[in-house]
Design a protein around this ligand. Sequence first.
Ligand code: 13P
Ligand code: SF4
Length: 301
Amino acid sequence: WAVHAADVEAILDLKRERNAVILAHNYQTPEIFHCVSDIVGDSLALAREAQTVDADVIMLAGVHFMAETAKLLNPAKTVLVPDLRAGCSLAESITAQDVRDLRSQHPGVPVVTYVNTSAAVKAESDICCTSGNAVRVIESLGVDRVIMIPDEFLAQNIARQTGVEVITWAGHCEVHERFTPQDIRQLRVDHPDAVVLAHPECPPDVVAEADTSGSTAQMLDFVVTRRPSTVALITECSMSDNIAAQHPEIDFVRPCNLCPHMKRSSLAKIRAGLESLTHEVTIEPDVADRARRAVERMLAV
Ligand code: 13P
Ligand code: SF4
């Protein structure tokens, strides 16, 4: 704690001076999540909260696509990210030209784009989704076939839940693709009482071995409302750390994988960013207008 105390105090002062808020994703480390953030949540909650934030500066403690979404919804505000290199293997797997090519291969099929993408890719899309609302978004379209990009596993998992046929793209989350069905089977041998929750970015055969699946906010909601005595969250490591800090009575089994992009954030970088207002996220206006439409359409569902 002594290592972090000076940074935490400086960040709290800077938030007041700059009229800034910190939005943090559930995968941020506990000292960011618990000590300096104003709003925490999954990708959907961060997008929703970004719509109503009352501040001049938004520091998005997360990865670049999350900060871009906050900027889309707040074009007049300064949106910062702790480290501009905080990418995402899903966002990097697909370009705007790839989406245009998919459209010409499948004319008339709507494009549903996971928020884990660049603004340029969102700009080519009909509607966005997150892991928390993908089922609702797909069902809202009332069609029997969609192009769902770029997460192949999320698309396959959602296809199972909705019965809608999905045309997929071969993007994967480098964190969740590493889990295997054998990991879950071994976990059940070692911890027979554990309730197993898998993120839908995991391969479908991993989700099939779990008790249930959901976004990071849905995982948190499950733990807080059902209060299992032992739980395993098949996702990024900080997720369990953050919940465990508030629920010492629950035993967390932690077969986690780290996201190197989320881990580019630190208190020191948040402090430096707020001091100098650096690592600002900008989006070309024409791209922003088209991308915003896809995000707002999602938020209206
Ligand atoms: P959610 O928090 O929306 O479940 O997303 C997980 C994720 O991988 C974000 O990068
Ligand atoms: Fe991207 Fe996966 Fe990291 Fe989320 S956990 S930011 S999907 S690489």
